[in-house]
Ligand binder design. Structure first.
Ligand code: AMP
Length: 397
C-alpha cells in the first residue's frame, strides 16, 4: 500500500482529496472541525517535506450549481486555524484562474479550491474534468475515506493521470488498516456487534463477515425479525416479515461455520414509540400485543458483556436500542462501555457505519475504542466486501 511516507514532497505540489464536508451554522461557522483535524497530519507531513498542498473537497449537495451557501470559502479560516498556516482560497477548482494560483504557490503554502460539486462533472466522474484537476498537482494524494466508495472525478478518475505518482494519505491508510485488522488479520476471538433498525440494510454485511468472525451479537430492531422467525411473539416491535426466511438462513449458515450467534434474551418493551412511554422488562419472545422492544434488557447485557470482554477483535456497527431517546439509550451506552473495557484490556475495536459512530461520539467513547471510522457509506461497503473505487484507483499503481 503506497502512502505519503513513500514520497518526498520536496518542491512538489500535492493535489490532495480531503473530506471537508463539515457542518456549518446559520452564520457559516464550522460547528464540527473533526474532519479538518483528521486531514491535518497528511497536510503537515507534505509541508514539512518542503512541498505545497492543494486541497480539494466537496461540501453538501450543490448538484452542479454555484450555491454560495456551500462555498468552501466559509471554512478557509477554520482550515487555517487547524493547520496553523494561512490558507489561500481560489473561487473555482479548475481553469486558468486556478492554474495561475497553483503556479504562484510556494513551498509550505496551502491552497483550498472551491467546492468540487459546483460542477456536475465531479459526481459524474467526467474524465475531461478530472484531467483539468490533474493539471494542478505533481502527486495525487487521496485522504478522503468518506467518498472512497464513489467513482467521482476527484476521488477516483483523477488517479489515472498520476501513474506512479499517487498514494493514500494517513487518514485513508488508517481506515484501510483498521478494516483489514478486523476482516483479515484480526486476533481471535473476533466479535461483530450488529444493531440498527433493519435486517435488510445489514444483510450483505452479515453474509460477508460470517466466515471471518467467531461471535455475532445481534441487537436493535433487527432482533425481532430473528425472534419472530423462530416462533417468538414480538408484539408491535419493528419486524420485517419478508426477511424471516433470510434470518433463518443466516442462523443456519452461522451454525455451519461455527459462529456463535447471541440474540437478546430480554428487552425493554414500551407501549409506545415515545421517550415517555410506559416500559417493562420482558422476555424477547414474549412481547405482549401493543408493546414493542426498544432496548436490550439487563440479562441480555450480561451476556453481551461476557462475549465482548472475552473478544480480542471487535467490530461494532449499529446501536442496540433507540439510543436517540434517553429511556432506550442504556443498552447502547452499556455496549459502548463493554467495548471500551475490552479495548483497555488489549482488544482492537473498530466502530463504523452511521449511527453507532453517532452514538459513540454522543456518549463520549470516541477515545476509548481503537478506531472510529470517518466514512459511513464507505465503511458499510467495505464491510460488505466491496472493492471501493477510490482505493482501487490508488492500488492500481
Ligand atoms: P441503522 O442506521 O440501521 O444502524 O439503524 C439505526 C437506527 O436503528 C437508530 O435510529 C435506532 O433508533 C434504530 N433502532 C435501534 N433499535 C431499535 C428498535 N428496537 N426499534 C426501532 N428502531 C430501533
Amino acid at each position: 500500500m503506497t502512502t505519503i511516507d513513500d514520497f518526498s514532497f520536496k518542491n512538489k505540489k500535492a493535489l490532495i482529496r480531503v473530506d471537508f464536508n463539515v457542518p456549518l451554522d446559520d452564520e457559516f461557522n464550522v460547528t464540527d472541525s473533526n474532519r479538518i483535524e483528521a486531514a491535518r497530519p497528511t497536510i503537515i507531513k507534505i509541508l514539512e517535506d518542503g512541498g505545497s498542498a492543494i486541497l480539494m473537497s466537496h461540501l453538501g449537495r450543490p448538484k452542479g450549481n454555484r450555491n454560495p451557501e456551500l462555498s468552501l470559502s466559509h471554512i478557509c479560516s477554520k482550515v487555517s486555524e487547524v493547520l496553523g498556516v494561512q490558507v489561500k482560497f481560489v473561487d473555482d477548482c479548475i481553469g486558468n484562474k486556478v492554474e495561475e494560483a497553483v503556479k504562484k504557490l510556494k513551498t509550505g503554502e496551502v491552497l483550498l479550491l472551491e467546492n468540487l460539486r459546483f460542477y456536475s462533472e465531479e459526481e459524474k466522474g467526467d474524465v475531461a474534468f478530472a484531467e483539468q484537476l490533474a493539471r494542478l498537482g505533481d502527486i495525487y494524494v487521496n485522504d478522503a475515506f468518506g467518498t472512497a466508495h464513489r467513482a467521482h472525478a476527484s476521488t477516483t478518475i483523477v488517479a489515472q493521470f498520476f501513474a506512479g505518482r499517487k498514494c493514500f494519505g494517513y487518514l485513508l491508510a488508517k481506515e484501510i488498516k483498521a478494516i483489514e485488522k478486523v476482516m483479515k488479520t484480526g486476533e481471535k476471538p473476533v466479535t461483530a456487534i450488529l444493531g440498527g433498525a433493519k435486517v435488510s440494510s445489514k444483510i450483505t454485511i452479515i453474509e460477508n463477515i460470517l466466515s471471518k468472525i467467531d461471535h455475532l451479537i445481534i441487537g436493535g430492531g433487527m432482533t425481532y425479525t430473528f425472534v419472530k422467525a423462530q416462533g417468538g411473539k414480538v408484539g408491535n416491535s419493528i419486524c420485517e416479515d419478508d426477511k424471516m426466511e433470510l434470518a433463518l438462513s443466516i442462523l443456519k449458515k452461522a451454525k455451519e461455520l461455527g459462529v456463535q450467534v447471541h440474540l437478546p434474551v430480554d428487552v425493554i418493551a414500551a407501549d409506545d414509540f415515545d421517550n415517555n412511554a410506559n416500559t417493562k422488562i420482558v422476555a424477547v419472545n414474549q412481547i405482549p400485543d401493543g408493546w414493542q422492544g426498544l432496548d436490550a434488557g439487563p440479562a441480555t447485557l450480561d451476556i453481551f458483556r461476557n462475549i465482548i470482554h472475552s473478544s480480542k477483535t471487535i467490530l461494532w456497527n449499529g446501536p442496540v436500542g433507540v439510543f436517540e431517546m434517553e429511556s432506550f439509550a442504556k443498552g447502547t451506552i452499556e455496549v459502548g462501555n463493554f467495548v471500551a473495557e475490552a479495548t483497555e484490556n488489549g482488544a482492537f475495536s473498530l466502530v463504523g457505519g452511521g449511527d453507532s459512530v453517532a452514538a459513540v461520539k454522543q456518549f463520549g467513547f470516541e477515545d476509548k475504542v481503537s478506531y472510529v471510522s470517518t466514512g459511513g457509506g464507505a465503511m458499510l461497503e467495505s464491510l460488505e466486501g466491496k472493492s471501493l473505487p477510490g482505493i482501487a484507483a490508488i492500488l492500481e499503481g
